[in-house]
Structures are given as structure tokens and as C-alpha cells.
Design a protein around this ligand. Structure first.
Ligand code: PXG
Ligand code: PLP
Length: 445
């Protein structure tokens, strides 16, 4: 196929050795799509062909590619101190980054625990929830509640509270004591909504049903994505998140918002929690925290949670948890440089000023062949296609390969196309992205 750049760039043995993540390995290796370089809004293939980035890498390169300030900060940190042990030792950039980050989170979420990915952030938050109830003498609160079609990374905690059938089919029993709320995706009533869909707030009341079933004294936490990304860009119905908040508060259940993709400006505010005016007890984050330049994740925690741990004997380790690379100095340096860029360029709220143009552009795809829904918020869009009968995902995969041939990078999940461009995007890029996608859709089987 014409997508293979420079046949011979990689040997067969090289291609075979790498077991690629979340990839159809044999299909990919028969016709590799390679990226070699990136700058601004573009990737470049090994033979120099520009690819407009419609997904910020994978929802992470919010400040765009090749930012010199990040490169320099990272290089400086590697040269100064490449690594420092995080247990019983500290280094200044970790504390500087922590303080700057908690100023961006909703008021009250004043403490941060560092991890290296969204998956680790989720497992960390779930563990903090269990430990917090125990430290307060409510150790019977062990049940965790997620949601159908939730994606919370790939750790055992994350796949357990997540609601993806392939994980359940493949990995067996997972964590015990987990329940799921119903998902909120309702094409019959909400198709082609602009912004948040009108129908579905009542689905939060399913939490009351689970409380009635198990009793609140057994439930530790509820975790949801404010906007579900990975499973196809599912927006929260108007009022839904507030209702979840109210029910959690009423029953002493912790509410965790997984903001791995919605954090750092994607919705038009620093966090979706702020954008939607609903404050959870913990926020999990990653991705845009370092612009994807160095892996890093974070869990933001409400003051009362942190303080409950700080009551035992002073020589005791309060939370028996941490990663070799928690608060890695190079990641911290990248994070600090990224926060400077976000602030200087106003990127955390830029999605607001582009929102109307983006919304009109993506909704122009209504009427293109196979399109059964278009949904949007901030600089996010989901375009749902009717599947080819008996071949789920095949139509969207064809869109992905055709888009790459035509010079745009999109993301697909099932038969849904997700768009989440770098927040530096300009109107002419939106025109190119949506114009090319219109051509792609017109050419699909
Ligand atoms: N929670 C959420 C809400 C995510 O979106 C994770 C946790 C896990 O993060 P790590 O860093 O461990 O991958 C994610 C990750 C997609 C896609 O196609 C999205 C993610 C990962 C892979 C693909 O939308 N988000
Ligand atoms: N496995 C072994 C044998 C280890 O020694 C460690 C950390 O010391 C880990 C796993 C965990 O690695 P990390 O802290 O990078 O998550």
C-alpha cells in the first residue's frame, strides 16, 4: 500500500521484535505507518511528508510539537541531575511543579501525588480512596464503582472499574467488589448535539440504586471520566455530573474524575471539573501535564483527604505507595516548562475562543456518508459512523488509513472517529482537517 514510507527503512526483524501496544500488529507490519519528526501542528513521515495532527499525538501534545522551551528544560535537567530517588528524598523541581499544579486545579484540591501515566494515576487514586476510608475508621468501604464504556487505563484497578468488554473477555476476574453505572451514550435522543447533550441526567440516579443494594458503608469511591475519550467521545448529559456529585456527598462516597484526556485545556478550562463547575474529591491526570514529552501522571487530592493521612505517628510512612519514577526530575522539568507555555500562550482557555468555529466545522460533517452522529465540546469532536454489517471497526479503520494517506492524523475507536488537536490549532488547520475528513468520508466503502 502507498502508506508504507521508504520500504526498507525498517528490517523485517526490527518490525517483528516490537510487540506494539493496542495495535493490530500483523496488519500494521504488513503496511507500516511511520512518523519520524514533529513540529508545530505537524508530524512528518520518514520521507518528509507532513501529516496534520488532529489528535495531539494521543490527546497529549496540547502545546503543539517541538516546543524549544521544553527541549531546553529537559536537556538542562538531564545534564544537571538525571534522576533522584523519590522515597525519603526530594528535589526542588518536584515541589515547584506541585505548587504550580495545585493552583490550576479547582479550589480545595491542594495536594498532588506524582505517577508516570494515566493508568498509574487511576490505580493510585483507587488505592488512596481505600486507604482514606480505612485511616478514618471506615475500612468496610471497599467497593469501587465505575461506568460502562469507561476507560481508565490498563492497570488491574483501571480495567476493573473501566467498562470495556474486551478487557473483561480477556483478563478474567480482575478486582472483586466492583460495580458499574450505565453509560450515558444515547444516540436515539442526543444525536448531533452541540456541546453537552440534553438527555440523560437521570442515569446518575443509578448510583442510588447501587447504594441501596450494597449500603453506603461498603462503597469507597465512584470514578468516571467527565468526557469519555477512548471509548468514543461520550459527553456528560447536562446536570449528570452534578447529580453524581450530590449522591456521592450524601453517602460519604469519594468522587474521582479521571481527567487524563480532559485535563490541561482540552475543554476550554484547565480541568473539566472547573469547566463544568463540579468539584470531585480527586482528579487523575497525565498526558498534557508534560505535553507528552516525558511520561508523567498526577493525582490531585482534596485537602481533607491528604490531612486525614497526616495524623498518625510522624516517623510512619502515611501512604504505602509510590513509583521509582514518581516526580522524576526530567518529567518535572518538562512539566514546569509546559506550564510556562500554557500560561504565556493562554492555551488552557484557548479552546473557548475557537469553540464556535470548531463546532461549526465538525458539524459540517453531518450529511457525509455513514455519519450517524457528530458531538463536540471544547477542542474535542466525535464522529460516529454506521458500521459495515458484520465488520465492526472496519469502516473507521479505513478512514484512519485513508486520512493518513491524505495527510491528516485522526484516531478511531470502534467505528467512531475522535479529534482532539493541539490547542495551538489555527482556523486554517481546522479547515484542512475537516475538509480532508470530508473527502475521506466520501471515499469510504
Ligand atoms: N484514563 C483515561 C480517561 C484515559 O483517557 C488513561 C486513563 C490511561 O493513561 P495511560 O497514560 O496509562 O495510557 C487514559 C489514556 C484513545 C486513547 O484512543 C486514549 C488513551 C489511551 C490510549 C488511547 O482515545 N487515554
Ligand atoms: N519490580 C521490581 C522487581 C522492582 O524492584 C520494582 C521497583 O523497585 C518494581 C517492579 C516497580 O517498578 P516502578 O517503581 O518503576 O513502578
Amino acid at each position: 500500500m502507498s502508506t508504507a514510507p521508504h520500504p526498507g527503512t525498517l528490517s523485517r526483524d526490527q518490525l517483528e521484535a516490537f510487540w506494539m501496544p493496542f495495535t493490530a500488529n500483523r496488519q500494521f507490519k504488513a503496511s507500516p505507518r511511520l512518523l519520524a519528526r514533529a513540529e508545530g501542528m505537524h508530524y512528518f513521515t520518514p520521507d518528509g511528508r507532513p501529516i496534520l495532527d488532529g489528535v495531539a499525538g494521543l490527546w497529549c501534545v496540547n502545546a503543539g510539537h517541538g516546543r524549544r522551551e521544553i527541549t531546553e528544560a529537559v536537556a538542562r535537567q538531564v545534564a544537571t541531575m538525571e534522576y533522584a530517588p523519590p522515597f525519603q528524598m526530594g528535589h526542588p523541581p518536584a515541589f515547584e511543579l506541585a505548587e504550580r499544579l495545585v493552583k490550576l486545579t479547582p479550589a480545595g484540591l491542594d495536594h498532588v501525588f506524582f505517577t508516570n501515566s494515566g493508568s498509574e494515576s487511576v490505580d493510585t487514586a483507587l488505592k488512596i480512596a481505600l486507604a482514606w476510608h480505612r485511616v478514618r475508621g471506615e475500612g468496610t468501604r471497599t467497593r469501587l464503582i465505575g461506568r460502562e464504556r469507561g476507560y481508565h487505563g490498563v492497570g488491574f484497578g483501571g480495567i476493573s472499574v473501566g467498562g470495556i468488554v474486551n478487557n473483561r473477555k480477556t483478563f478474567g476476574a480482575m478486582l472483586p467488589g466492583v460495580d458499574h453505572l450505565p453509560h450515558t451514550h444515547d444516540l436515539a435522543r442526543n444525536a448531533f448535539s452541540r456541546g453537552l447533550p440534553a438527555h440523560g441526567a437521570h442515569l446518575a440516579d443509578e448510583l442510588e440504586r447501587l447504594v441501596t443494594l450494597h449500603d453506603a458503608s461498603n462503597i469507597a469511591a465512584v470514578i468516571v471520566e467527565p468526557i469519555a475519550g477512548s471509548t468514543g467521545v461520550l459527553m456528560p448529559p447536562v446536570g449528570y455530573l452534578q447529580r453524581l456529585r450530590d449522591i456521592c456527598t450524601k453517602h460519604g462516597i469519594l468522587l474521582i474524575f479521571d481527567e487524563v484526556i480532559t485535563g490541561f485545556g482540552r475543554t476550554g478550562s484547565a480541568f473539566a471539573s472547573t469547566e463544568f463547575g463540579v468539584v470531585p474529591d480527586m482528579i487523575t491526570a497525565a498526558k498534557g501535564l508534560t505535553n507528552g514529552a516525558v511520561p508523567m501522571g498526577a493525582v490531585f487530592v482534596r485537602k481533607e483527604i491528604f490531612e486525614a493521612f497526616m495524623t498518625g505517628p510522624e516517623p510512619a510512612i502515611e501512604l504505602f505507595h509510590g513509583y521509582t519514577y514518581s516526580a522524576h526530575p526530567v518529567a518535572c522539568a518538562a512539566g514546569l516548562a509546559v506550564l510556562d507555555i500554557y500560561a504565556r500562550d493562554g492555551l488552557l482557555t484557548r479552546a473557548k475562543s475557537l469553540h464556535a468555529y470548531w463546532e461549526d466545522a465538525v458539524h459540517s460533517l453531518r450529511g457525509s456518508p455513514h455519519v450517524i452522529d457528530v458531538r463536540n465540546y471544547g477542542l474535542i469532536a466525535g464522529i460516529e459512523l454506521a458500521p459495515i454489517a458484520g465488520k465492526p471497526g472496519a469502516r473507521a479503520y479505513q478512514a484512519l488509513t485513508s486520512a493518513f494517506e491524505k495527510g491528516i492524523l485522526i484516531r478511531t475507536t470502534g467505528d467512531i472517529i475522535a479529534l482532539s488537536p493541539p490547542l495551538i490549532i489555527e482556523k486554517q488547520h481546522i479547515d484542512q482537517l475537516i475538509g480532508t475528513l470530508t473527502e475521506v468520508l466520501a471515499g469510504l466503502d
